[in-house]
Write a new protein. Sequence first.
Length: 254
Amino acid sequence: MLTATLLTLSLAVTGSAAPGLSDPHKKDIALRLVSSAENSSLDWKAQYGYIEDIKDERGYTAGIIGFCSGTGDMLELVELYTKRKPGNVLAKYLPALRKVNGTDSHAGLDPAFTKDWKAAAKDPVFQRAQDDERDRVYFDPAVRRAEKDGLRALGQFVYYDAMVMHGPGADRLSFGGIRKAALAKAKTPAQGGNEVIYLNAFLDARKAAMKAEEAHEDTTRVDTMQRVFLKNGNLDLKPPLKWKVYGDSYTIKN
């Protein structure tokens, strides 16, 4: 049986850790933060029908997390949707999506793909498929890696946002390469390093990767969002949050 002192210490330890992004409310905050940068809106649930070619050599970018016709994640999304709902309005584009994967081509997609995507976005089955693929490919891996690195909610969000923009790969311009560059400069908290120093190193590496791609060379989502939270010492990503992206101001009150 624990003594009163040990019990108090145990409660203090177990109660001291603020929730990370595995907490549903903190996860929703992270999704709103990403949406402010990706879609200039805090309403991420309004983005299921978003689709355009942003001229980043990835073909069409669409949906709540920017699934791309040229990078494979859009193909996997439509495959999942079709598995769950055969004969859906996007199923007929699967052959074309397989052919354009790895390119910026619209061959076999135009002229009706964008219209059909928006129609599919009204289907709760497609919305759930987008949620599930976002979590499987981006959110869950980012949070798991951040937790292993000893990072709190802000660091988990920093990893997630980087994985959304750069992809989960290992090359120098993907998440794995960015993390590797950061590790060359600083230790993670799990390695005994300082969390603020490590996150600054990661954001420095992230900026370098962004500037290497013309479509991502605007680094305000790092400079006037993530770096602001870090400078304020808000490692637990606690509201209220105020930031700017691409010159637009946003607030999350709670």
